[in-house]
Design a protein around this ligand. Structure first.
Ligand SMILES: Cc1cc2nc3c(=O)[nH]c(=O)nc-3n(C[C@H](O)[C@H](O)[C@H](O)COP(=O)(O)OP(=O)(O)OC[C@H]3O[C@@H](n4cnc5c(N)ncnc54)[C@H](O)[C@@H]3O)c2cc1C
Length: 595
């Protein structure tokens, strides 16, 4: 085969954005697998999505690219966000706010120039041993039973063991299915970069926790027709490194056809953003670095499947799903999925696991990340729903919070009960209380969570594993598997682990080994089911959350709820709820009636 493309790769990756290049680097550094990555464009290429969430940093550290990014000039350290949604004071939060309050160590992420950032990551994949081909588009994928055949746009054919679609929001050549909407509304984003802005942390107001220590946050500012992002982005302008600001408007496409609202007109865009409360104070002197405004539409979508072991394909990053950018999660989630996919592929091609264990891991990736995507989307919609009520006359805000039927299944109940809101999102949307009870009761997340909860059994009810329930021990994939993350209550970590995480965040590169990555190895778990078919509901409990102890208590024979509840931790109770809901644990009320 010409131009260095091998006839066969163990893993073929389509797309060299953050998801694909991170997966390439992780596989090449942590395994002997031969990896070929095909990227349609020649880098550097522009990309939207410039302000990251902090779970990204440990993945970059783990894949070895963090030092290279930090040695470049394309980034600014980011500490959290300012969210100005109503006439009240803006809501502010440092990343991992609750743990920062505990240990005083800032978790951080980056604002970046994506053209340079993505280029560094792609070069890093190549330097780690991945065969990277730029300017080479993939046009078809076919499974062959024990592998796959990939056809390039120029007609060349490459054989592979596994195929990973990391090609962003537009393709579906692996899953071969139309994507579904994740939200009821449709958005359009319009943006450009500008010189002359002032940093959000410079705002001289009492709520500005970022001001005194001069720490850079993202700024998000609502207005009548939508909301604006405001992100510092170091770019090379006319041959010189300058700090520009990425300013974007997210609105409803219908708004643009109203008189005087076509924000793709640059003059109108600038006039509009200068009038947005709080943001206006920072951008009176801005000038654009290019004349044309850029746009992206219709982006909150999800695939029905995220992986198929039988067909040998996995979707990672935006190719699997993309949630509205309201909380800047895209790249962090894409890289975290890459980290999970790296474990999946290493475990699948290694010799240690049985076929059953391998299939379990693939199922966990599909089910676990689906649950994450749907729960996160519900959280964002919950927020939109709350803010939307402040602007009853706006076309944009009226349509917020109209959530669609996501066909919520067991996988999402798991995420709703166990992962729920990311703590930072909860911090912001509750105005600091971090109590789910303080969320708006008509909102989509709260409604879905109510479905996941169950009425408490009577204290005298007797609980037992149903006769048909099969329980087996196995291994599982930790989803989302964020490294250096202290989970919110009811989950907890020992103090020693929390202290190591605090030290890690002071210098992730020097302290990389202090904290294990949850995606280094599969984790022990118990699996509950009625049958073995792919369509059968399966409930998984991780042993670290006490699944083994719950099984012991239930196997001892019928037990009164009042006795059982005394034995269980909150994570065990969450697992019990899911088992009762699925009928795998029966509840016999004292009168003898099965509930
Ligand atoms: C309006 C908007 C604002 C956003 N803001 C943020 C933000 O603030 N923070 C954040 O984290 N995220 C944000 N995102 C999301 C973020 O951009 C994505 O989540 C992220 O880029 C996903 O990375 P990826 O590697 O999956 O895909 P991409 O970065 O899209 O990379 C996919 C790559 O695949 C290549 N490719 C496509 N087709 C082929 C083919 N046939 N053959 C070979 N290669 C191919 C493409 O050229 C591309 O380089 C935003 C998105 C939008 C739409």
């Amino acid at each position: 085969m010409s131009e260095g493309v091998r006839a066969y790769y163990d893993v073929i990756i389509m797309g060299g954005g953050p998801a694909g290049s991170t997966l390439g680097a992780l596989l090449s550094r942590k395994s002997d697998l031969r990896v070929g990555l095909f990227e349609k464009e020649v880098f550097p290429r522009e990309h939207i999505g410039e302000s990251f969430a902090h779970p990204l940093i440990p993945v970059l550290e783990d894949s070895g690219s963090l030092g290279k990014v930090m040695a470049s000039e394309c980034w600014v350290r980011k500490f959290g966000g300012v969210f100005s949604w109503d006439s009240e004071r803006p809501r502010v939060a440092f990343f991992d706010h609750a743990n920062w309050l505990r240990d005083g160590v800032h978790r951080w992420a980056m604002h970046v120039n994506r053209a340079e950032f993505d280029h560094i990551l792609l070069n890093h994949a190549a330097e780690s041993g991945t065969d990277v081909f730029q300017g080479v588009s993939v046009s078809a994928f076919e499974p062959t039973g024990d592998g796959c055949v990939v056809t390039l746009k120029d007609g060349r054919v490459v054989r592979g063991g596994y195929f990973v679609d990391a090609s962003g929001r537009r393709n579906s050549i692996a899953a071969k299915q139309k994507r579904s909407w994740l939200s009821g509304y449709r958005n359009i984003a319009i943006w450009q970069h500008f010189l002359g802005g002032k940093p959000v942390q410079s705002l001289p107001v009492d709520w500005n926790v970022f001001r005194e220590p001069d720490l850079s946050p993202i700024g998000c500012f609502a207005f009548q027709d939508g909301w604006c992002w405001y992100i510092p982005v170091p770019k090379v302008v006319n041959g010189q490194r300058r700090l520009t600001y990425s300013i974007g408007i997210v609105t409803n496409p219908a708004v643009l056809s109203q008189p005087g609202k076509d924000f793709t007109d640059q003059d109108l865009f600038i006039r509009t953003v200068r009038q947005v409360p709080v943001l206006g104070d920072l951008i009176q002197d801005i000038t654009p670095v290019a004349e044309k405004m850029l746009t992206a539409t219709n982006y909150s979508m999800i695939n029905d499947r995220f992986a198929s072991y039988d067909e040998r394909w996995i979707l990672i990053g935006d190719a699997s799903y993309f949630v509205d950018p309201l909380f800047s999660s895209g790249v962090a989630f894409a890289a975290t999925q890459a980290s999970a996919a790296a474990l999946l592929l290493r475990a699948t091609t290694g010799a240690e696991l049985s076929e059953r264990d391998v299939r379990d891991l693939w199922r966990d990736y599909d089910v676990g990340w689906h649950g994450m995507a749907e729960t996160y989307s519900l959280s964002i919609d919950q927020w939109y729903h709350a803010i939307g009520k402040n602007n009853p006359d706006s076309i944009y805000w009226q349509s917020r919070g109209t959530s669609i039927d996501l066909d919520i299944q067991e996988r999402t109940f798991d995420a709703l009960l166990n992962t729920a809101f990311t703590p930072d999102l909860l911090q912001v949307i509750t105005g600091g209380s971090r109590r789910i009870a303080d969320l708006d009761h008509g909102g989509p997340f709260v409604s879905a969570s109510a479905m996941a909860e169950l009425d408490e059994p009577h204290p005298d009810a007797e609980l037992a594993l149903s006769a048909e329930t099969r329980v087996r021990r196995g291994v599982g994939l930790d989803v989302p598997g964020f490294k250096a993350f202290i989970p919110p209550p009811p989950f907890d970590l020992p103090t020693i682990a929390k202290d190591a995480i605090a030290r890690y965040w002071e210098d992730p590169i020097a302290s990389g080994r202090l904290v294990p990555s949850p995606t280094d190895e599969p984790v022990p778990c118990h699996r509950f089911s009625f049958g073995d078919g792919p369509a059968d509901v399966e409930i998984r409990g991780l042993d670290r959350d006490g699944a083994a102890g719950l099984v012991r208590s239930l196997r001892a024979g019928p037990i009164r709820y009042r006795e059982l509840v005394d034995l269980l931790t909150i994570p065990q109770l969450q697992l019990l709820k899911r088992l009762v809901r699925a009928g795998m644990v029966t509840v016999v009320e004292s009168a003898g009636r099965a509930a």
